[in-house]
Design a protein around this ligand. Sequence first.
Ligand SMILES: N[C@@H](CCC(=O)N[C@@H](CS)C(=O)NCC(=O)O)C(=O)O
Length: 221
Amino acid sequence: MKLYCDPISTTSRPILMFIAEQGLDVEIVKVDLLAGGQQAPDYLAINPNGIVPFLVDGDLKLGESAAILRYLAIRTHSTAYPEDLHAQVKVDEAISWFSTQFHEYFCVMVCYPAMGVPHGMPAEQLAQLQAYGREHAPRWLKVLDQHMLADQPYLCGDRISIADYLGLSYVLLGRLVDYDFSPYPNLQAWIARMQSRPSYVPTFAAFDTLIAMARGQQQAA
Ligand SMILES: N[C@@H](CCC(=O)N[C@@H](CS)C(=O)NCC(=O)O)C(=O)O
């Protein structure tokens, strides 16, 4: 099995963390996003979308981080994607929530503009988008803090699920733009819980380096 990915990619890290925790025998193939490796003809021949992550397992060619997580968890009979139908659809619900509401308001509107990720829109519109996101993202952060994580250690109960791996990566984008999570104590406790897992350090090393660089640039400015 091969995973095409880049540790600087938000959607690659959840899978790398899951693979590390499960000790899965997966060949990691780095597609260097900063060098434009996702547009290299040999990679486009594998994944015409030109994005990572992408999994190849025999005849199976699979994109989309959520689908890859589900596949790996089912294949390994991991409790991170429970077999009980009600428990399973709650994990699906959390994954969809992160990929839509949370990603749109928090990642796309708040974090990406502050990170300089090109949206291809004029600066004035981008500033409006960011302001809108800053105003409305707390709605979803409150849901996370006061409902999803209010009385349980993980997003879908007492056990970690694949939604936690995915959600962590999205939430931590906030650290890259110095987002203030202090109004959300349950969310902060969950972040700390996830970061205390041994798999966190190797998986997020490249990301943490980016944070350190971003802070250095802010201090120098
Ligand atoms: N919905 C996809 C999104 C994947 C995605 O956007 N990957 C980014 C990195 S986080 C990428 O490869 N970007 C390269 C590009 O757009 O050129 C998933 O969840 O896997």
